[in-house]
Design a binder for this molecule. Structure first.
Ligand SMILES: Nc1ncnc2c1ncn2[C@@H]1O[C@H](COP(=O)(O)OP(=O)(O)O)[C@@H](O)[C@H]1O
Ligand SMILES: [Mg+2]
Length: 229
């Protein structure tokens, strides 16, 4: 289980303190889906980044099981971040000069030891190919991001997020840049992946379809949870 407790985040801006999260407590069960909604600027992305230890809270804890991830050293955080979390963003963040296959394989290549480079690379590419198949893009492996549609790019980004077999997939408005129908197919894909692999899903979204599929919903306004269901 992933749980955040009394999470606070301040940013220092020109000598002033901007309080972005004001004590958020929230948990998500293994294998379930949590939807987070709320107006722009409410702190949703900040919360998601803290959950995935991409950033450090000013106060509060990020618990995975009984381990407080927020308290670990940078090196340990990098280890757990790679092991536990996959990230999907609204604007895909794919590397434009690499093929779809290479984009998916990259996070797996990062952890290959130099001593076993040839073998490790082969394995990472094979795994990337499987994942492209899983997201319905086997025929697009050699395409670069610029040669793919928005929905296809997001599929590549989802496959990339899965390459290290994360326990939790953190998605920040994954359908926010897509038309309704394409967004719906991305949602179906995420739900199917969750059902097939047991991956926990945390999705920040304005999409009512996603919210309706989530077992648990949270609404964030001005850095505070105003309702959860
Ligand atoms: N790195 C940063 N430095 C300063 N302020 C930031 C930073 N990141 C976000 N903010 C501010 O924090 C608030 C919440 O941002 P964010 O979490 O991105 O909101 P949301 O994702 O809900 O739109 C916004 O007012 C934003 O301007
Ligand atoms: Mg955001």
């Amino acid at each position: 289980m992933l749980r955040v407790e009394n999470l606070c985040k301040d940013y220092q801006m020109g000598g002033r303190t901007l309080r972005v999260l004001r004590g958020v407590t929230l948990s998500v069960q293994k294998g379930s889906m949590l939807g987070i909604e709320g107006p722009s600027g409410a702190g949703k992305s900040t919360l998601l980044h803290l959950m995935g230890i991409l950033d450090t809270p000013t106060e509060g804890r990020v618990l995975y099981g009984s381990r407080n991830l927020a308290q670990l050293s940078g090196r340990e955080q990098a280890y757990w971040r790679n092991k536990l979390f996959g990230f999907v963003f609204q604007f895909y963040h794919l590397l434009p000069d690499f093929s779809a296959l290479e984009n998916v394989a990259l996070p797996a290549l990062v952890s290959v030891a130099l001593g076993s480079w040839g073998e490790g690379k082969k394995r990472a590419l094979a795994r990337a190919r499987e994942l492209l198949e899983l997201v319905g893009l086997a025929e697009r492996a050699e395409h670069r991001p610029g040669q793919l549609s928005g929905g296809e790019r997001q599929r590549v980004a989802i496959a990339r997020a899965l390459v290290n077999a994360p326990e939790v997939l953190l998605c920040d408005e994954p359908t926010g840049n897509l038309d309704t129908q394409t967004g719906q197919s991305i949602l179906e894909l995420l739900c199917r992946l969750r059902d097939e692999t047991g991956t926990t899903l945390v999705i920040v979204t304005h999409d009512p379809n996603i919210a309706s599929r989530a077992e648990k919903k949270a609404r964030l306004v001005d850095g505070r949870l105003v309702e959860t269901a």
